[in-house]
Design a protein around this ligand. Structure first.
Ligand SMILES: Cc1cc2nc3c(=O)[nH]c(=O)nc-3n(C[C@H](O)[C@H](O)[C@H](O)COP(=O)(O)OP(=O)(O)OC[C@H]3O[C@@H](n4cnc5c(N)ncnc54)[C@H](O)[C@@H]3O)c2cc1C
Length: 382
């Protein structure tokens, strides 16, 4: 059961999203352009500073409220959902969790003002296997010389800095990675090809290239070799937001399907009068509520500082599959108009939600994480 403050927060964010985010969602998707117009309203609403303490200019909220915010943004615009999720969970969180005071002072106030932070883990040869990172940071006097490429980076073009992983040894057997804060205005840092995606087309996904980038020692996050552990902790939190994104998209699918089923008449009655349609809507509602409970439960565990690795993989895995099923059901309920681009939102949701089963670890990887955690728990209980 949510607290009153969460119910009120949802109402407030829902109202904000309907007024400020939803009107542009269709255009951003059609024109495949970044949501620049959304940055100021999202910043003013505190949605780029959800974890940032007030001393750094943030408006911190608890993780359930954050999940509600990502859910409601995604309910009307998946691209906004992923942009908010990536900035908070993958961009600001690692600086807060692993950064020193000086790094927090340098990066967080800018992040709270709506300057985006990106997260650079994936590489052409390091997707599910992040330990296969090839980006290389060579130790030089007072810093590091970084060479390599990152791919699929959300907000790559717009972000003022990227939390990047690199190897600090050329030994192929040494799979330790290290995290560095790479700033956009460093010489040799460049944004590469922008991806032409089927979904989330209003989000900014591109390559990053590093060509002899000189990164000062002050930009090392934590200690050398701690990157893998830092990334796993970061992804635990990120998975709550991808789950919330899938939940919001699935809820958006139910919204459009329910309305259409009452408006559309066949055989002299609204199609919702047919039990087959009612059952689909009921299944969508049931699965969405179950996903919602898993996500909020996981968010509460995170705030209670419990180990939530298994729970975040479960909520992300379940919600992303539910979101996809809801999008498919919505298209089926709409019939032929369901697959028309731009007329109803069902097809956009279907295109947007697929990423939730891939990003921040595919569904196969979530199952590996869950099984690994089960074994750990079994061992610990012996
Ligand atoms: C829109 C979008 C935004 C993204 N944003 C970011 C970002 O901001 N930062 C970032 O670093 N990355 C980002 N990513 C990258 C994303 O996290 C990766 O694409 C994802 O982790 C999967 O990696 P891959 O695509 O290389 O797939 P691969 O690892 O090549 O996997 C291909 C297939 O093999 C399966 N597979 C791989 N290994 C195993 C195994 N051991 N057991 C069973 N099956 C396996 C996978 O499940 C998948 O089905 C983004 C991706 C997209 C599409």
């Amino acid at each position: 059961m949510l607290e009153k403050k969460h119910l009120e927060y949802r109402e407030d964010i829902r109202d904000f999203c309907l007024k400020q985010i939803e009107p542009l969602a269709k255009t951003l998707d059609e024109e495949q352009r970044f949501l620049h117009e959304h940055i100021k309203p999202l910043t003013d609403k505190g949605l780029f500073s959800v974890f940032i303490p007030e001393e750094y200019g943030g408006k911190p909220i608890d993780t359930i409220s954050y999940a509600i915010a990502v859910e409601e943004c995604s309910r009307v615009c998946g691209s906004t959902g992923i942009t908010v999720a990536a900035h908070n969970s993958l961009g600001t969180f690692p600086v807060l969790a692993f950064g020193n005071d000086e790094q927090k002072k340098r990066f967080l106030p800018r992040a709270a003002k709506g300057e985006l932070l990106a997260f650079g883990l994936s590489e052409p040869d390091a997707g599910s296997d992040a330990g296969g990172t090839r980006t290389y940071a060579k130790k030089i006097d007072k810093g590091w010389e970084v060479n390599g490429s990152k791919c699929w980076i959300t907000s790559a073009t717009t972000a003022f800095a990227t939390i990047c992983t690199a190897k600090t040894t050329e030994d192929a057997k040494d799979r330790r990675i290290t995290t560095l804060l790479l700033e956009k205005d460093f010489d040799g840092y460049s944004v590469g090809k922008k991806e032409n995606k089927i979904g989330l087309r209003g989000s900014d996904t591109a390559f990053l290239h590093f060509d002899d980038v000189n990164v000062p020692d002050e930009n090392l996050l934590g200690k050398e070799g701690e990157g893998f552990k830092q990334m796993l902790i970061t992804l635990d939190g990120g998975r709550i937001s991808i789950g919330a994104m899938a939940l919001g998209l699935g809820q958006g699918a139910l919204d459009v399907a329910l309305k259409y089923a009452t408006d559309r008449h066949q055989f002299g009655k609204p199609i919702i009068a047919n039990q087959a349609i009612q059952h689909k809507l009921a299944d969508m509602s049931m699965e969405l509520e179950a996903a919602r409970l898993l996500i909020y439960d996981c968010a509460a565990r995170k705030d209670a500082k419990q180990n939530y690795t298994r729970y975040s993989a479960i909520c992300k895995l379940y919600a992303s599959e539910v979101g996809r099923r809801c999008a498919e059901h919505a298209i089926e309920i709409l019939g032929s108009v369901g697959i028309l681009t731009g007329k109803y939102t069902a097809e956009r949701i279907w295109r947007d939600v697929k990423l939730c089963e891939i990003g921040e670890g595919t569904s196969e990887v979530q199952r590996l994480v869950i099984a690994r955690e089960l074994l750990k728990e079994l061992e610990a209980s012996k």
